[in-house]
Design a protein around this ligand. Structure first.
Ligand SMILES: [Zn+2]
Length: 96
């Protein structure tokens, strides 16, 4: 497990609450207590720009760099099959 620093828990919870515990990939809702959906799939918070690329790991936890994804979608993003893995995705959205 990577140590994301002392601010990570708050940043992660903030993102989950902002997304209302809903996966931003497939739209499934998750239980705020267990983080499970109806199939027992957990929700994660993903760094669009990988945390290890930041000189100070806490600097990676800004809201625009975080996205709530279930473990299925997280796997697809990490393997490059979902566009949310691109760090500029929200900039693209803002252009339209
Ligand atoms: Zn999902």
């Amino acid at each position: 497990m990577v140590d994301y620093g002392p601010t990570w828990d708050a940043a992660r919870l903030g993102e989950l609450e902002r997304c209302d515990y809903t996966c931003q990939g497939c739209g499934r809702e998750h239980d705020p207590e267990t983080l499970d959906d109806e199939n027992g799939v957990k929700i994660h918070v993903h760094h669009k720009v990988k945390a290890r690329l930041f000189p100070r790991i806490e600097d990676a936890h800004y809201p625009e760099n975080l996205i709530a994804l279930c473990s299925r979608c997280h796997g697809r993003v990490e393997s490059g099959k979902l566009p949310d893995s691109r760090p500029d995705v929200r900039d693209d959205v803002n252009m339209y």
